[in-house]
Design a protein around this ligand. Sequence first.
Ligand SMILES: [Zn+2]
Length: 455
Amino acid sequence: MDMGAGNRTNESFASSLRYDPGYADRCARSLDEALGSTTAYKTWRALDPGPARDVFSRLAALPALTKADLRAHGPKGFVPRGRELAAGLASREIELVETSGSTGDRVTNVWYQPWWDAAEKASWRLNAHARAAAVGEHHEAILTSPWCTGFPCEDDYLAMHERTLGRFLYLSERSDPSTWSAELMDRMVGELAAFRPVVIEANPSFLARLSRHIVSRRLRVPSPAIIILTYENPSILHRRAIVRAFDAPVASSYGATEAGYVFMECEAGHLHQVTESCHVDFLPFAQEHGGPEVGRILVTTFGNPWRSLVRFDIGDVVRLNGSAPCRCGRTEGLTLASIEGRAISLTLTSEGNAVTQGAVDRCLSDIRGMVEYQLVQTGPGACRLLFAAEGVEPRLVGQAAREVLRALYGREVVVTTEVVEAIAPDPPGKYKLTKAAEPVDSDRLLDERFAPRPR
Ligand SMILES: [Zn+2]
């Protein structure tokens, strides 16, 4: 029997999930449009088993779309026939937005604001607090790297009106929280009191830094209706610091410039797929690497007239919520316990099994006194941990950290620790909680029954 890639039957995890009645049609429309009326997917057409098969099996028979594909075909390759990129840009219906991504790969994306806004609205419906707060014209304070969105200024300070854009206030013009002065953080607190945002949208690491300042100085801040964490994957430590300073519900919103809003955390703490605006294919890892609960995801977007995105490898690892339904009552699409971090943030145990950033985070966050950390796997069998401690002797924090990391990675792994004042984010302003000197090839970790078709 030929078990070669050409004849292999790929399984679809999506086939086992529940969706609303129109969902499969939305998937099929997106797939047919991509294959039938864009140039980027031309070579995929021959691989499509065709409309006689259900849409999830058709998707499972296809490769994954990579950032390299996005670069190779350029924005034009993903515009469906009947639309002209140049005309859309000239009329300002669309614009081009560049993303650098964590791997340093620059991608040029077509940005169509109405589609983005609709996807955001759909995501907010998955959280009762966000849904109630989303009155449309509400005040929103944003605390993220100003290089991602806002008004960057690293050598001077900008007045509040210079960082205000309509109903949005950008709290920081500086992109490195490890160098924020007490005066700058006092200014942010004062502005929150004056601006009274209904929503705070923040990089968790940035808001955690401000929160620690608020708690240590015993400052009072008005609480928004909801705090939405985005831009980076929150550490348990970040969330803990934030809820000490703010009396507001906190929810993680997960997506990407390329793919829009993909998951939203509900009021019960799980992440639900935004089934109105995208399909997600889950690719479980093999059992020794955390499968079948842990795996990678591919995103197919719905209804973006300017961009056809099918099975886009968004580059993150997720953990499923298991078989018990979420307490919030939402049952459609994928439900996650957590986003486990970037695929390039994966590290390996001494036996060569995958360790997600989330697994490292759950271990280190339990250590009393730990407030910030960064773990680097410097080579096989060696890890280096930088950490900042508060309220507990750093020596004891380091000792506890070495113990839990050896339990996670293997007794023979050499763990070195170093106390630092603070951890600085990587440009353009995202914290890396874990890194590997030699990146793990995450294709190798997949359960091969669900692996995308190789090219
Ligand atoms: Zn839920």
